[in-house]
Design a protein around this ligand. Structure first.
Ligand code: PGA
Length: 254
């Protein structure tokens, strides 16, 4: 059984002080919920603060990005080991904003994935098609390429422990959520490929979460789908009450 994962991707929002208040509040809520895993991805400047505030709670903390090299002259970057030492348990990798605005490719995503795994971080790796690709009926082919190249070289055991976030680019921050049927089609397709390429156990254990305009009023419908194992929430995660509501409405699926 896959316990739903609900992850808050704050992007470039919240100061350290705001992060502290948020994580304290969500930690209190998390004591009262069961059957869900809750992850918060703050900006790097608040990583250690969030880790400290989440200590002895079930909240996991994620970095939003990392560099694939162990160290070096890469101004402005941080390595997987640095993020791990700051206390993060997870790392978001290959978010569409990183691909679109910062030139990330399936190949760099693959290297980052390998670096995260080597540092013992749980990767949350993002895939998803653009509107043009969907309208040209290329959605499944794009997902195939992103999953095949992104996960290249991983073992079945490593794939089993992954969280893959299916995030159609046209649904991110636009208020246009994929329908539950559209999400399920993509998730089931990805799981089918995982079965084909990495075996049944990896496919059954790997979490595939949905991202793109998830809100308190659409999570219940999405989470009901058999292959939707949670959500990566951007805009609606910034308000702790809204994100709490999303967590509450995802309980009990497992
Ligand atoms: P959104 O972002 O919920 O604001 O659409 C999701 C994401 O980018 O992970």
């Amino acid at each position: 059984m896959r316990v739903p994962v609900l992850a808050a991707n704050w992007k470039m929002f919240k100061t350290n002080r705001e992060a502290l208040a948020y994580v304290r509040e969500i930690s209190t809520l998390a004591r009262t919920v069961s059957g869900v895993e809750v992850v918060v991805a703050p900006p790097l400047t608040s990583l250690a603060t969030a880790v400290e505030a989440a200590r002895n709670t079930v909240i996991g903390i994620a970095a939003q990005n990392l560099h694939f090299e162990k160290q070096g002259a890469f101004t402005g970057e941080v390595s997987a080991a640095m993020v791990k030492e700051a206390g993060a348990g997870y790392a978001i990798i290959g978010h569409s904003e990183r691909r679109r605005l910062f030139g990330e490719t399936d190949q760099s995503v693959n290297r980052k994935l390998q670096a995260a795994i080597a540092a013992n971080l749980g990767p949350i790796v993002c895939v998803g098609e653009t509107l043009d690709e969907r309208e040209a009926n290329q959605t499944l082919a794009v997902l195939d390429r992103q999953v095949k190249d992104g996960l290249d070289g991983l073992t079945a055991e490593q794939v089993a422990d992954l969280v893959i976030a299916y995030e159609p680019v046209w649904a991110i921050g636009t208020g246009k959520v994929a329908t539950a049927a559209q999400a399920e089609e993509a998730h089931a397709h990805i799981r089918g490929r995982l079965r084909q390429w990495f075996g049944g156990d990896a496919a059954d254990r790997c979490h595939i979460v949905y991202g793109g305009s998830v809100k308190p009023d659409n999570i219940a419908e999405l989470i009901r789908e058999p292959d939707v194992d949670g959500a990566l929430v951007g805009g609606a995660s910034l308000d702790v009450k809204g994100f709490s509501e999303i967590v509450l409405r995802s309980q009990g699926k497992a």
